[in-house]
Design a protein around this ligand. Structure first.
Ligand SMILES: *Cc1c(COP(=O)(O)O)cnc(C)c1O
Length: 228
């Protein structure tokens, strides 16, 4: 099936109100343009350099979403290129985004990434850190970041029940945080969770944004590790 057909199939299966981010990391401009020509405008990248390059080379009406870990020394270069950063994983990073956003006269939409998976490799706030940081004066003083919600990734596993439990707990964290810190903020409404293998479960458990790559473009081919 073509990129367009895969994309249309996914779009027609999404309930109303669920936003699709097409994850285009490692894909060529030609592949992106195929999705663009089918009407897609929101794309997700996990590396700053790749996002900036594609943003320069591809049509100006594309919304770029940063979904991968952001190093503090790369914030400056990415702030003007992105429409949303899904992967804010510390207060320190959020403060730097705020400062750089102010310098370019912009407000950056952000999601706070929460660590729910059992894997050590994933980034994100623990629930304790999240509650502590949201309570802090430092957080309350930020003016050029807009917190639109939370992001989470489930453990990479075939155990569907585990994935479901993780998404469920992500949704509970979202509701708690909303009640405690964003009760009067209608913009805090997004829960970014669900990828190619688990997005139907994520949607059943309350996701509002899904990030899908391989189910549209096919398996990602990474260069083989160098032989030693
Ligand atoms: C790569 C990636 C995705 C998409 O993964 P697929 O399995 O290709 O759908 C989603 N979210 C993040 C954070 C990613 O890095």
């Amino acid at each position: 099936m073509s990129i367009r057909e895969n994309l249309n199939q996914i779009i027609s299966s999404l309930p109303k109100g669920i936003k699709l981010i097409v994850v285009s990391k490692t894909r060529t401009n030609e592949e992106l343009i195929e999705a663009y020509n089918a009407g897609q405008r929101a794309f997700g990248e996990n590396k700053v350099q790749e996002l900036i390059r594609k943003q320069k080379e591809l049509p100006g009406d594309i919304e770029w979403h940063l979904i991968g870990h952001l190093q503090t020394n790369k914030v400056k270069s990415v702030v003007s290129a992105v429409s949303m950063i899904h992967s804010v994983d510390s207060l320190k990073l959020l403060k730097i985004i705020d400062r750089e956003a102010e310098l370019v006269g912009k407000t950056v939409d952000c999601l706070l990434q929460v660590h729910i998976a059992k894997e050590e490799t994933k980034f994100g706030f623990s629930v304790d850190e999240l509650l502590r940081d949201l309570n802090s004066e430092e957080f309350k003083s930020l003016s050029n970041v807009k917190i639109k919600g939370l992001m989470g990734m489930a453990t990479f596993t075939d155990h569907e029940e585990q994935v479901r439990e993780e998404f469920k707990s992500m949704h509970q964290i979202f509701e708690q945080v909303k009640i405690r810190f964003f009760a009067n903020d209608p913009d805090f409404k997004e829960l970014s969770m669900g990828m190619s293998d688990d997005y139907p479960i994520a949607i059943e458990e309350g996701s509002t944004i899904v990030r899908i790559g391989s189910k549209i473009f096919g398996p990602r081919i990474y260069p083989a590790a160098p032989k030693i």
